[in-house]
Design a protein around this ligand. Structure first.
Ligand code: HPA
Ligand code: ZN
Length: 351
């Protein structure tokens, strides 16, 4: 049986050991699971069928997506709901060759629905432990503050998180970026830092390059989520290259939300060639048309990435992670072994 170039590319990407660093667990809520959880919890749904709900996943910008995404979260109410959600993601991530995942969660969304912080944590962390037992997939949890809410709310959730210092690896900042600059959260990030938590933040997705500078200078983040607006500022580009501060880029998300008009116009390859530590991630894969392997594959096709580009993206994902140095070295050795295997010479090219 002959192997098509597309199948060879797909196999190469799935076999490539990689880390996923930008993934909202609530964004992995597939329509089928929405219906299953609504049934289990006796909740009514606005859509008549899985197909009708999936059909509503059409977005014009970040806010139009967030409206649908927050509405979907209403079906998550018990620890077992968070467990099932997280297990479903880990299974798909494992199938895509993810060896390590750093996962965002939005506790303020669930608190607003009356779900205790402890229930959210119990469901997610049980699944993370099971995923590591079953597949050896290691994880970190990143607690995000919702930037459309006020800083007082962020301080409240930080207080709730304090007993979970061992289970939560870092804090992050997500939700509606426009008109909610990083500066709004400078004090809560300082408080989190004082408690020992490193920080990341969404910046330069819909917002300007200036928000990336703010996240770096005012929030002291060690990684920028999205960050694709950095190209508008040459001084920022030089700074990101010199410091190797990673960008967790989410290409299919950027197309779905109109950040770029077409994947062929995405700046991922330019940023990579300029020497930035860019990584590829899926963001909210249930909503944006693909998990991480599909993001790699679609970029390989649309941007004509070659085998070395794909290997570099995987190496960057390990470097950009919160893994300890010996674990990073072990994954680099695995990637080097993988690179030495005979494979498609230029997997991205069409036949
Ligand atoms: N951007 C900002 N907030 C989010 C996103 C995103 O892509 N996904 C979930 N929350
Ligand atoms: Zn995101």
């Amino acid at each position: 049986m002959s192997v098509t170039p597309a199948a060879a590319l797909d196999a190469f990407i799935r076999g490539l050991p990689k880390a996923e660093l930008h993934l909202h667990i609530e964004g992995t809520l597939e329509p089928e699971l929405v219906f299953a959880l609504a049934r289990r919890n006796g909740m009514p749904l606005a859509h008549a069928s899985v197909a009708a709900l999936r059909n509503a996943y059409r977005f014009s910008d970040l806010q139009s997506f967030l409206d649908v995404y927050y509405a979907g979260c209403a079906v998550l109410s018990k620890p077992e709901d968070f467990f099932d959600l997280t297990m479903a993601y880990l299974e798909r991530a494992h199938a895509d060759g993810v060896v390590h995942a750093e996962i965002f969660f939005d506790p303020q969304t669930h608190l607003a629905h009356g779900v205790p912080f402890s229930d959210v944590m119990a469901g997610i962390t049980d699944a993370l432990r099971q995923g590591e037992r079953e597949w050896g997939l290691t994880t970190r949890l990143i607690m995000c503050f919702l930037r459309h809410l006020d800083e007082a709310g962020a301080h409240e959730v930080l207080a709730l998180a304090r007993p979970y210092r061992e289970q939560i690896a870092a804090v992050g900042l997500d939700s509606a970026e426009r008109d909610h600059p990083p500066a709004k959260f400078a004090r809560v990030f300082a408080a989190a830092r004082a408690l020992g938590w490193p920080a990341v933040a969404h910046a330069g997705e819909e917002g300007p390059a200036a928000y990336i500078w703010e996240a770096l200078r005012l929030l002291s983040v060690c990684r920028i989520d999205h960050g694709v607006a950095c190209e508008d500022d040459p001084a920022l580009m030089q700074h990101l290259r010199a410091t190797r501060v990673p960008l967790t880029v989410c290409p299919l998300s950027n197309v779905s939300l109109g950040v770029v008009s077409d994947l062929r116009h995405h700046n991922l390859k330019r940023l990579l060639q300029y020497g930035l530590c860019v990584t590829v991630n899926s963001d909210d894969p249930a909503y944006f048309g693909g998990y991480i392997a599909e993001n790699y594959r679609a970029c390989a096709e649309a941007l004509d990435l070659d085998r070395e580009d794909l290997l570099q993206l995987a190496r960057n994902s390990i470097d950009a992670s919160f893994l300890a140095a010996p674990d990073k070295a072990a994954w680099h050795a695995q990637i080097a072994r993988y690179a030495d295997q005979p494979g498609p010479a230029c997997p991205a090219r069409r036949a």
